[in-house]
Design a protein around this ligand. Structure first.
Ligand SMILES: Cc1cc2nc3c(=O)[nH]c(=O)nc-3n(C[C@H](O)[C@H](O)[C@H](O)COP(=O)(O)OP(=O)(O)OC[C@H]3O[C@@H](n4cnc5c(N)ncnc54)[C@H](O)[C@@H]3O)c2cc1C
Length: 431
């Protein structure tokens, strides 16, 4: 058995693991990343018949105030930002298409709210922007709205926005503080949504470039199966081939995996409690088309069925063969619907109907479909009874956690990046 020693051992090569490793190696740490499969984790780009299918639209929210932007600046990452065009975003209410009130212009154009309700809605948003309204961790957004006697139309609007941004069919369960925190960021940004040219893969390549330029080690197909602990420290991780020792350890694998790795350690029970949480699960149904179907929108949100379609090739020309089009559809699932084959078939049908309605002729142009019936968009769902995992626990002083199941800023990958950044800072402060 060989022994390799590193300043920092990072377990998991998803966005959290790679950004932690890139940041720490750029600060002079000798870092190793251990990934059981391929790099990227859920931020994966699959190339099929010339189409680059990304898991999700790799939309980055409020990029100007995001932690990814901080990484971009500090690590000199090359990111090809493609900003979302709000004028091409529409809500499908069932009988009409109308503007998404994602910015002030959208708010005044949308037919979803009557003139008076728009004033009320704007007022609520203004309070959020000025941080006059912060919500309460023990009050769901639904309960908060009832308590504040918010007008019904405005209530519906707020829940619709939350539904589309939090990837949930149950927006009423979001804690009000999480809701307001999120919206105060989103409504004060100049860049509400942006995509990345080249997809997730472009970002992964950039992180790996930084790690390798700083003499870091990236090991794929290297599964961590256990840890060796001494007193209040982790001293090594075990892979089938070797034991890898380190001064600090950052665990960037979902809690359900972590439970197995930390079996028979002091953390077994503490971690089990986080592993019981429910993830946010969606059905993804993407289609690669031979020729573009030109329509005046690049994003459609079906308000009744909680499905959205993004014309990702409108933003990222590199993801299609010449002249082609890549449409991504995502349908949210309620917790009770996860794994229910009948419901999932029904959701797929609803997606196809939405394609028929807004991209007529897509079936004739279809080159390759890609369906995933159980995609975990975020490991932890923000509902009243679920709390994210802290980035460190008192049991082991040289062990940290990062990932979208951890405490951090924002939603989705921003949670992975922000927890990765906070963990890196904690490690660097130890010096
Ligand atoms: C359909 C879909 C759409 C999405 N859309 C967006 C979007 O538009 N915008 C956005 O910001 N985010 C989006 N996301 C979310 C984003 O993909 C995730 O938040 C992010 O990729 C999570 O990264 P992570 O590193 O925290 O976790 P993961 O990606 O889960 O990484 C964990 C890694 O650990 C590895 N691992 C597990 N166990 C072990 C072990 N024992 N040993 C070694 N390695 C191990 C895994 O293989 C994996 O690579 C979407 C996700 C999905 C699925």
């Amino acid at each position: 058995m060989t022994t390799n020693h590193y300043d920092v051992v990072v377990v998991g090569g998803g966005l959290a693991g790679l950004s932690t490793a890139a940041y720490l190696s750029s600060k002079g740490k000798k870092v190793a990343v251990l990934e059981r499969g391929q790099l990227g984790g859920r931020a994966v780009t699959l190339k099929i018949k010339g189409f680059n299918f990304n898991f999700g639209a790799h939309a980055i929210y409020a990029r100007d105030s995001s932690v990814l932007r901080t990484f971009e600046k500090e690590l000199d990452l090359h990111i090809d930002w493609q900003d979302f065009n709000p004028n091409k975003a529409k809500y499908d209410t069932g009988d009409m298409l109308t503007a998404v009130p994602a910015n002030v212009q959208g708010l005044f154009q949308t037919k979803l709210l009557k003139a008076f309700d728009k004033v009320l809605f704007t007022f609520e948003i203004l309070k959020t922007m000025l941080k006059m309204e912060t919500g309460h961790p023990h009050l769901s957004i639904q309960k908060w709205m009832e308590k504040k006697h918010i007008n019904e139309e405005v209530q519906e609007m707020m829940l619709t926005l939350a539904s589309s941004n939090f990837f949930t069919r149950e927006p009423e369960k979001i804690p009000s503080d999480v809701f307001f925190n999120y919206y105060s960021r989103l409504f004060t940004t100049n860049k509400p949504v942006a995509y990345i040219g080249g997809g997730w893969q472009a970002l992964i390549t950039e992180f790996v470039r930084v790690i390798e330029a700083n003499n870091g080690t990236v090991l794929t197909k290297t599964k961590v199966e256990g840890v060796r602990v001494e007193d209040d420290r982790v001293v090594a991780v075990m892979t089938p081939e070797e034991e890898i020792t380190g001064d600090e350890f950052v665990c960037c694998i979902p809690p359900k995996e972590m439970v197995k790795v930390f079996q028979e350690t002091r953390l077994e029970h503490a971690i089990a409690q986080y592993a019981e949480y429910e993830p946010t699960v969606v059905v993804v149904y993407d289609v690669g088309l031979k020729e573009r179907i030109d329509v005046p929108y690049s994003y459609i949100y079906d308000k009744q069925n909680n499905i959205f379609i993004t014309d990702i090739s409108y933003y990222d020309h590199t993801c299609v063969p010449e002249g082609g089009q890549l449409l991504q559809a995502t349908a949210y699932l309620r917790q009770s619907e996860v794994g229910n084959k009948e419901i999932i078939e029904q959701r797929k049908q609803e997606i196809e109907n939405l394609y028929d309605k807004h991209f007529p002729g897509w079936r004739e142009q279809l080159v390759v479909p890609r369906v995933s019936t159980r995609a975990i968009v975020q490991e932890i769902k923000w509902t009243m009874n679920q709390k994210p995992m802290p980035i460190s626990l008192p049991d082991y002083r040289n062990l940290f956690f990062a990932g979208d199941w951890c405490e951090g800023q924002g939603q989705l990958s921003e949670l992975s990046f922000s927890s990765a950044y906070n963990v890196s800072k904690l490690i660097l402060e130890k010096e």
